[in-house]
Write a protein that binds this ligand. Structure first.
Ligand code: HEC
Length: 124
C-alpha cells in the first residue's frame, strides 16, 4: 500500500517536472531519445560526470534533465518496469536539483550508479 502511494507521488512529481521543463522551453515538445541514446550522451560521453564534478554549464545541466525525462519514457529492456520508472524518476529529480543548484549533486551521484541499474535492467 505505502509502496503504491510512494510510486504515485513520484509520478506526480515527474508530471510536474515535465510540465515545468516544457514551459521553460517555450512549450516546445521535448525530443525523444532511446535509452541507448541517453546512455551515450549522458553517461558514456561524460555529461553526468561533468555535472557531478560541478564543471557543467547551465545548458549542460538542463540538457541532462531533458535526457533523463526522455529516457523515462522508454520501457526497460529487462527487469521490473515499476522499478525502472522509479529509478528514472530519481534521476530526473536529482538532475533537476543539480540544474537548479550546481552544488546539489549528492542525489545525482547516488542515482547514477551505473552497475546497480545495469544489473537490474540491462541485458548481458
Ligand atoms: C537508471 C538506470 C541506468 C543507469 C543509472 C545507468 N544505465 Fe547505462 N544502461 C541502462 C539500460 C537499461 C541499458 C540498456 C539499453 C538497451 O539495451 O536498450 C544501458 C546501456 C548502457 C550502455 C550501452 C549502450 C548501447 O549502445 O548499447 C552504456 C555504454 C551505458 N549504459 C553506460 C552507462 C554508464 C557509464 C553509467 C553510469 C555513469 C550508466 N550507464 C548508468 C540503464 C542505466
Amino acid at each position: 500500500m505505502s509502496r503504491v502511494f510512494a510510486l504515485l507521488s513520484v509520478t506526480v512529481i515527474v508530471a510536474g517536472l515535465i510540465t515545468a521543463a516544457t514551459a521553460a522551453d517555450d512549450d516546445k515538445p521535448l525530443e525523444k531519445h532511446s535509452i541507448k541514446d541517453v546512455m551515450k550522451t549522458a553517461h558514456k560521453m561524460g555529461l553526468v560526470q561533468k555535472v557531478v564534478g560541478k564543471e557543467a554549464s547551465d545548458e549542460e545541466r538542463e540538457q541532462l534533465v531533458e535526457l533523463y525525462i526522455a529516457m523515462a519514457e522508454n520501457d526497460a529492456p529487462m527487469g521490473s518496469q515499476k522499478e525502472w520508472k522509479v529509478r528514472s524518476a530519481r534521476l530526473i529529480v536529482a538532475a533537476a536539483d543539480a540544474a537548479e543548484d550546481p552544488e546539489n549533486v549528492d542525489a545525482l551521484k547516488a542515482a547514477s550508479n551505473c552497475g546497480a541499474c545495469h544489473k537490474a535492467h540491462k541485458k548481458s
